[in-house]
Design a protein around this ligand. Structure first.
Ligand code: NDP
Length: 234
């Protein structure tokens, strides 16, 4: 069955891989983008997740063009890494506003339609390193683990209407975001990764695809790690 899917930050990296995977399954996929447009073949919708008006307008467009969102993948995220004593308010606030409040804005804007339809899948992109803690990433880790409390609260609120809310927690994935990691940090993280390699955006997309599927109808409030074994048991 073709569903209306919306992916934030879908113009590149993990979001684009998710969009491609869902489109390959026959879903109608809209990509929210901020700076650069996504490739052809998707409904492309401007969506700045730090701006409620932009989020609301994006979801109105999606509803009009391909139907109310049935599957939301809240993927947009940023890092502003630095050690605590050098971390200024702006670096903290920007990460919170994007990674946490941006998810809140987007989920809130989709939830009404899902409740009315009595169906829905919400997948939030968290981070395995968030759960482990990561030096220089206190702001980022705080937002990525906060998503768990958010998701589990919504799992309770929305569960009786058949709506599931889950997290995917990627490890180190080969995208633009991880290009800035130093060789030393990469060696350290790989030494904690049983599979001994970085992951691909497609491998994360496969996990998101499962959580968003009809077959995952009895999975909610869960964290699915995709990190080559890093942080087993988180
Ligand atoms: P990229 O940096 O490649 O992509 C980030 C995406 O988020 C881009 O599409 C970007 O848009 C978008 N974005 C950022 N800020 C905003 C905003 N304010 N409004 C709308 N869109 C925004 O990163 P990844 O693909 O690697 O990351 C995707 C998600 O996966 C993030 O949430 C990240 O935290 C998470 N993640 C990534 C890991 C990794 O190792 N790569 C590991 C664990 C989690 P634009 O192109 O306009 O900048």
């Amino acid at each position: 069955m073709s569903r209306s899917v919306f992916v934030t930050g879908g113009n590149r990296g993990i979001g684009l891989a998710v969009a491609r995977a869902m489109a390959a399954d026959g879903d109608r996929v809209a990509i929210g983008h901020r700076t650069s447009a996504p490739p052809d073949g998707f409904l492309s919708v401007p969506c700045e997740v730090t701006d409620q008006e932009s989020v609301t307008a994006a979801l109105d467009t999606v509803a009009r063009e391909q139907g109310p969102v049935e599957v939301l993948v809240a993927n947009a995220g940023i890092t502003r890494d630095t050690l605590l004593l050098r971390m200024d308010d702006a670096s903290f606030d920007e990460v919170v506003d994007t990674n946490l409040k941006g998810v809140f804005r987007t989920v809130r804007a989709c939830a009404g339609g899902m409740l009315a339809a009595r169906r829905g899948r919400i997948v939030l992109v968290s981070s395995a390193l968030g759960f482990l803690g990561s030096p220089g990433q206190a702001n980022y880790a705080a937002t990525k683990t906060a998503l768990l409390g958010f998701a589990r609260s919504l799992a309770w609120e929305l569960g009786s209407r058949g709506i599931t809310v889950n997290l995917v927690a990627p490890g180190i994935i080969d995208t633009d975001m991880t290009q800035v990691l130093s060789d030393r940090r990469m060696r350290d993280v790989m030494s904690m990764t049983p599979l001994g390699r970085t992951g691909t955006a497609d491998e994360v997309a496969a996990a998101v695809r499962f959580l968003a599927s009809e077959q995952a109808g009895y999975v909610t409030g869960a964290v699915l790690p995709v990190g080559g074994g890093i942080g087993m048991g988180i």
